[in-house]
Design a protein around this ligand. Structure first.
Ligand code: DCP
Ligand code: MG
Length: 577
């Protein structure tokens, strides 16, 4: 997955990558040339006292270093740019994919995990790309180049390279094999801490109300401690790595000096060559270290890439049609034919044999006890879910064949738990209709019985709304979201229990104002209170996922036992005794 991801998302930057490799090549070759030039200065300049030679080669060395500095700075610059661009593209792909998800995929991944995957996991992969461009590209060139140059200086000492390289590689492999499982564990524990924290923040009021803070504090502490432990393990190995590397490096240097010194004694090696050899050995060993540093990141990035791939390869269960129908001439009639719906993972359907028609210009009410499936039924119309069998038709066309944007533009949905976005009253209303004028907004607010409280706020339409609409009351939130649906004057209104937080008087006023503007629309109202729906043209009684009665109030009183029970229970509540 990691390789596929890198291949796919780095493809547009092939040119940049070529530039990076070329620059790294130049920089590495330059840094390989320097020790050999230095050796020349010592052997041919210093030893013989030839100042001209020293100056000449010295200036060449200066030029080469300047070259190297420029090349490696540019390489890092382009490397960082490419890696960041890669991250940006990946994040935007994930975002687009997630935006296409239906409620089913959303609940499968869960919001916290989707967020971590689009931030932390992308960052891991991006970091690997960055390390690869800056270190990994350089390592093999330096390694091979270093060996070649070292051999050029002196063949007699090559057995030292043959010993030092496997020794370093072996000990690094040992340390890293201990670190990789710890890294894996770390990723899982970061997830855990995210989950615990998110849950606690989301439920903070409940926690306070039920005095669960001490328990939750312990839960967080445990997760925190676990992450600390594994991080410490990683840290200890990391700390051990440097002394080990330095030890091997210094041992190798001592060995070079020792054996090289003997060779100089016997006249088979020059002093300059020895210093150059020393530097090359260090360069070779450094290249191994750079390679391992990058390789350490691979397992962690691989885990992240898998998590990202999971999102990218999940297709929304609500598939938009290839060429959606965007033109239907009738007015918003909604029909359910033999509809059945089962939630993913559930064994029994929550809706069975649903057959009903909601006609334009009429109000269809849906009533039933909690958990009867009312919200589920309503969410099948805008395709928040697709029916598991049977068909939902709008204007006689299967919703699966309609263009999604067209379908949604026809529907004004007021969800059971309305959500308002950070911004102002006006900006929230504009979610319903982007080009709404102030007059239109006030009219929608008036119908929704929200005019009074918006007018009372000092900023009026520009009154600030907090994230989720938490700075207005539940009933105010409901009315604002009704206004948001009204302002687009859709053909189909879906009110999911939208009047429950209103007192009886406001409820009645809202409905009569609504009746005046929805004469041509299809109105579907989910409600608990009989008084809210008594005058509906058609009442659908839902019980445990099945329709047990359809008719007007008076018809149902005659024919439907469940309806009679609901009516009686509410009358008893109103007239106690
Ligand atoms: N259900 C589920 N998974 C979900 C949502 C609901 O398994 N993501 C189940 C729980 C209920 C059934 O589906 O038993 C019907 O849920 P609804 O939300 O459709 O029920 P209502 O809207 O009728 O209930 P309420 O009046 O409480 O809003
Ligand atoms: Mg509901």
């Amino acid at each position: 997955m990691l390789i596929r991801l890198l291949r796919k998302y780095l493809a547009p930057y092939k040119r940049w990558i070529t530039i990076i490799v070329a620059l790294q090549f130049v920089a590495t070759v330059a840094s390989l040339l320097l020790p050999s030039l230095n050796a020349d200065i010592i052997d041919k300049g210093v030893v013989t006292g030839d100042t001209d030679y020293i100056v000449r080669i010295g200036s060449i060395m200066l030029a080469v270093s300047a070259f190297q500095v420029v090349a490696s700075i540019s390489a890092v610059y382009f490397g960082a740019k490419t890696a960041m661009a890669f991250g940006r593209d990946l994040r935007s792909s994930i975002f687009r994919k997630v935006a296409s998800f239906s409620a089913r995929e959303m609940s499968y991944f869960g919001a916290p995990s989707l967020i971590t995957r689009n931030t932390n996991d992308v960052q891991q992969v991006q970091m690997l790309a960055m390390m690869t461009f800056t270190l990994m590209v350089m390592a093999p060139i330096m390694m091979v180049g270093g060996i070649v140059m070292a051999l050029r200086e002196d063949v007699g000492l090559s057995w030292l390279v043959a010993v030092a390289v496997p020794l370093l590689a072996g000990s690094l492999a040992l340390v890293i094999s201990r670190m990789i499982p710890a890294y894996r564990l770390m990723q899982i524990r970061i997830d855990t801490i995210n989950r615990v924290l998110r849950e606690q923040l989301a439920g903070i009021r409940v926690l306070r109300a039920f005095v669960r803070e001490p328990y939750e504090t312990k839960r967080f502490e445990r997760a925190n401690q676990e992450l600390t432990d594994v991080s410490l393990t990683v840290g200890r190995w990391m700390a051990a790595m440097f002394p080990i590397v330095m030890l091997i490096l210094n041992l190798a240097s001592v060995a070079v000096l020792w054996f090289g010194g003997h060779r100089i004694d016997t006249g088979s090696m020059e002093i300059g060559a020895l210093t150059a050899y020393l530097t090359y050995l260090v360069q070779i060993l450094m290249s191994i270290m750079m390679a391992t540093f990058t390789l350490v990141m691979v397992p962690r990035a691989a885990v992240s890439a898998d998590r990202i791939g999971e999102i990218l390869h999940t297709d929304s269960s609500v598939v938009p049609p290839e060429t959606g129908i965007t033109d239907v001439n009738r007015h918003g009639e909604v029909r359910f034919v033999d509809v059945e719906f089962t939630y993913p993972g559930a064994s029994d359907p929550v809706l069975r044999d649903i057959n009903l028609t909601a006609r334009a210009g009429q109000t269809t009410a849906i009533i039933g006890s909690t958990g009867a499936g009312k919200t589920t039924l309503v969410s099948l119309i805008p395709r928040l879910f697709d029916a598991t069998s049977g068909t939902v038709l709008v204007n006689g066309v299967n919703v699966r064949e309609l263009d999604p944007d067209f379908l949604w533009s026809r529907i004004g949905l007021v969800p059971q738990n309305p959500y308002l976005f950070t911004g102002t009253v006006a900006s929230n209303l504009r979610y319903g209709k982007p080009d709404a004028t102030e007059a239109e907004m006030w009219r929608a607010l008036e119908i929704a019985q929200a005019r009074d409280f918006v007018e009372e706020m000092p900023e009026g339409l520009d009154a600030p709304i907090a994230q989720g609409g938490t700075n207005v009351s539940g009933g105010q939130r409901q009315r604002l979201s009704i206004a948001r649906a009204l302002i687009r004057s859709p053909e189909i209104y879906l009110f999911d229990d939208s009047f429950s937080a209103l007192d009886l008087g406001t409820d009645a006023r809202l409905r009569s104002a609504l009746a005046a503007v929805t004469t041509e629309s299809t109105v579907i109202i989910v409600a608990q209170r009989i008084s809210t729906i008594k005058n509906a043209d058609q009442i659908v009684v839902l019980d445990d996922g099945a329709v047990v009665g359809i008719g007007t109030h008076s018809e149902l009183l005659e024919s439907c036992q469940t309806y009679v029970e609901i009516v009686e229970s509410q009358q008893m509540a109103e007239v106690p005794g």
